[in-house]
Design a binder for this molecule. Structure first.
Ligand code: PLP
Length: 355
């Protein structure tokens, strides 16, 4: 990685003192600075840290019209010793560049992504909350910035990082609607990429599910509508016959979650049997009826681990006992303790900022 200080232009005023850290609506408040870098003529310019604020573009901005846009979601945590650390940012960089590749966008250098993030977090250190289930959410993103109408890869891109102090995403166990009509991703598509259009396409089915009283939909495979995929911004896990199971990724239709891979690793190291495989909804219904399906939960950066108490499939309601999910509880406790520095971090997942 290239070394060096990133040029900083400081904001004239700070919003810090007027921010209520006891009441942080998810994703609505942003810190005082952001990082920005431009790609043009086949090369990346130096990243810069500037005051957080609006951008200005022509109405023909190509990413608005054709959706050539990708992003990541990462969290930085306040450790018990007062330092701050980012959870597995190298994994997000890898996934970001995988998304970039699929969307015909340039790779972002590690210096811009990792060192840029660290230097931005160092400047914004006081924004990292110090409370249970709170974090500074890091949103790196890249979008096509040619101002031209026409379906073709852009010649210019902007890479940016913005930061948002956040509390818990969901406070209650989730009610999930098993979606049979609408599909999130098909083999050969862009399901594994964290690209804007995947989220746009999910909004209408999610709204219909919310109108029926559910928090999220559980997507099924595009071909048979039979195999479980993932939820809104979470991968899904089940405990069946004492085994921790989650859908496998080979179809390319599911996001390769960093929380998912961390949970698989932790569950294995706790001595659990772990399976990544196809999971049919019929298998879950049968396990529920037999009493072998004991836990269901979602896993993602925003939610960490979020228990599922209802799965509605056609006329069948799988009703789980969220108060009795020891595996989900242990995984959440272990992840939380690692993130605040009170549990060992044997694999070096917590990357200290420079502050
Ligand atoms: C569609 C989708 N699936 C799964 C996840 C979980 O991934 P991660 O654990 O890397 O946050 C996310 C969130 O990023 C997501 O948007």
């Amino acid at each position: 990685m290239q070394k060096g200080a990133i040029k900083i232009t400081k904001a004239a005023t700070s919003k810090l003192a007027s921010t209520d850290f006891n009441n942080l609506p998810f994703g609505k408040l942003f810190t005082d600075h952001m990082l920005i870098a431009e790609y043009k003529n086949g090369t990346w310019g130096d990243p810069e840290i500037v005051p957080y604020g609006p951008l200005s573009f022509d109405p023909s901005l190509i990413s608005i019209h054709y959706g050539q846009s990708i992003f990541e979601g990462i969290k930085a945590f306040r450790m018990k010793d007062g330092s701050a650390a980012i959870f597995r940012p190298e994994e997000n960089l890898k996934r970001f560049n995988k998304s970039a590749h699929r969307m015909a966008m340039p790779d972002v250098p590690a210096f811009h992504f990792i060192e840029g993030m660290k230097q931005l977090l160092t400047l914004e250190d006081k924004w990292i909350p110090d409370a249970y289930d709170h974090a500074l959410y890091i949103r790196p993103f890249m979008f096509a910035s040619d101002e031209v109408i026409g379906v073709a890869p852009s010649s210019k891109y902007l890479f940016m990082i913005i930061l948002s102090p956040v509390g818990p995403y969901f406070s209650n166990p989730l009610k999930i609607y098993v979606e049979e009509q609408f599909v999130r991703a098909a083999p050969g598509g862009v399901g594994y990429a964290k690209t804007a259009g995947n989220y746009a396409a999910s909004l209408y089915p999610a709204r219909l599910a919310r109108e029926k009283g559910f928090d999220q939909v559980l997507w099924m495979d595009a071909t048979e509508h039979k195999y479980v995929q993932e939820c809104g911004a979470m991968n899904v896990f089940f405990v069946m016959d004492g085994k921790v199971i989650t859908p496998e990724l080979s179809s390319g239709t599911i996001l390769d979650g960093i929380t998912r891979k961390s949970i698989l690793h932790l569950a294995k190291s706790m001595g659990k049997t772990v399976e990544e495989r196809e999971i049919s909804i019929d298998e879950l219904v049968e396990g529920y009826k037999k009493g072998t399906l004991t836990e269901a939960f979602g896993a993602g950066t925003a939610v960490t681990v979020s228990k599922i108490e209802t799965l509605q499939y056609k006329d069948t309601q799988i009703l789980m006992d969220a108060a009795n999910m020891p595996v989900a509880d242990l995984l959440k406790k272990t992840m939380t303790a690692m993130r605040d520095g009170t549990a060992p971090d044997p694999d070096g997942w917590m990357v200290k900022t420079n502050a």
